[in-house]
Design a protein around this ligand. Structure first.
Ligand SMILES: Cc1ncc(COP(=O)(O)O)c(C=O)c1O
Length: 354
């Protein structure tokens, strides 16, 4: 039976948002919040911590609170760290980023007149891969001020293992700050035990995470990060002396306490990634890449682009047709509800069969 229909409101599958309900703990804390709590600053600073949330995260990750950073989404932390370390002064500074990656990295570097250099990602069967020897070689040659790694990477969906991260970090000069954007982590593995040892061992490392993807709260605008000791100047740059948003913090803590709930949603997404692969990889000219995130990247025959655009528009489903060099015949699609994922698959099957 066909489940194709015209959705009455647009279904956005283009920004890697969350298409399930929030956890009961999150909902309860919002409903029971007393507006009177907004009448004062949190005064956490007087207790020697940034906030209740940074302390909660520190305990959860077994890291000192002073090494935890909070921000208005991962976006804010990325922007601040790039501004902090790439801002000119005596010379133009350099950042190394993956070729296929979030457009925003380059855009922030340009804001402070930084030079962006790219290191390639290579397609290998059904996945994209980092080439570690090549990254090491470039690090040695360019001696950048900042190296940005994204794991899982957007839009390719591939991740780095802890050993690969270490291999890169062991070959980075002390002049280079390494930022790992882990916005899309936790979808494939809930292991967080590697973070504390990395942060202790590598003082020039910053690992950024967010509540927007796995914890499904992009509208909350809340991100967090772990920093090594060499990033002290950044701590001063990003800390809010008068505190953070008290309601956001409470919601953040409840989201972290709901990890099992969100893991169940990630498992539903995982099953539908498998469905996408099973059905679409069987169609000539289509390729669904393995993804460790809440989206999938699909390669399609470019001559079908207009038809696909038309059918998605008819169904009121917004997906992201990629438009960058090397990825022009690719679509990135956020995992939706099981029903919507099946609609998407049917649209693609129908266009491919015409
Ligand atoms: C790779 C990557 N990093 C970071 C972010 C920032 O997310 P947020 O600012 O909502 O935490 C995004 C958002 O889509 C992203 O794709």
């Amino acid at each position: 039976m066909s489940i194709l229909n015209n959705n009455s409101v647009p279904i956005y599958l283009d920004r890697n948002e969350y298409n399930f309900e929030v956890s009961a703990l999150v909902e309860d804390v919002i409903r029971s919040f007393s507006p009177a709590e907004f009448t004062h600053y949190t005064r956490c600073f007087q207790r020697g911590i940034k906030s209740e949330l940074s302390q909660y995260i520190a305990d959860m990750y077994n890291i000192a609170e002073k090494n935890v950073i909070l921000g208005y989404g991962g976006e804010d932390i990325l922007k601040s760290v790039i501004h902090c370390f790439l801002r000119g002064g005596d010379r133009q500074r350099k950042i190394l980023i993956p070729t296929y990656s979030w457009w925003y990295y380059k855009s922030i570097a340009e804001e402070v007149n930084g030079t962006t250099l790219m290191y390639p990602l290579y397609e290998d069967g059904y996945e994209f891969k980092y080439n570690i020897p090549e990254i090491k070689c470039l690090l040695n040659k360019e001696k950048p001020d900042m190296l940005l790694l994204a794991s899982p990477n957007n839009p390719t969906g591939n991740s780095l293992t802890t050993d690969e991260i270490k291999e890169i970090l062991n070959n980075v000069g002390q002049q280079t700050i390494v930022v790992i954007d882990e916005a899309y982590t936790l979808f494939n593995t809930r292991d967080i035990s590697y973070i504390a040892p990395l942060i202790t061992e590598y003082p020039n490392l910053l690992i950024i995470r967010t509540f927007s993807k796995f914890y499904g709260l992009p509208g909350l605008r809340l991100g967090y990060a772990f920093m090594g000791e060499k990033l002290r100047p950044f701590d001063a740059y990003s800390t809010m002396y008068l505190g953070f948003n008290i309601l956001s913090e409470k919601i953040g803590i409840k989201a972290l306490q709901s990890t099992d709930f969100y893991s169940e949603k990630a498992e539903i997404m995982q099953q539908d990634k498998e469905l996408y692969k099973k059905i679409l990889n069987a169609i000539s000219g289509f390729k669904v890449y393995n993804s460790d995130a809440n989206f999938i990247l699909i390669k399609y025959p470019i001559e079908l682009k207009e038809k696909l655009q038309l059918e998605f528009a008819k169904a009121n489903i917004v997906v992201k047709f990629m438009n960058e060099e090397g990825l022009r015949s690719h679509i990135r699609i956020t995992l939706g509800t099981p029903n919507v994922n099946r609609q998407v698959i049917q649209i693609i099957e129908k266009v491919a069969a015409e």
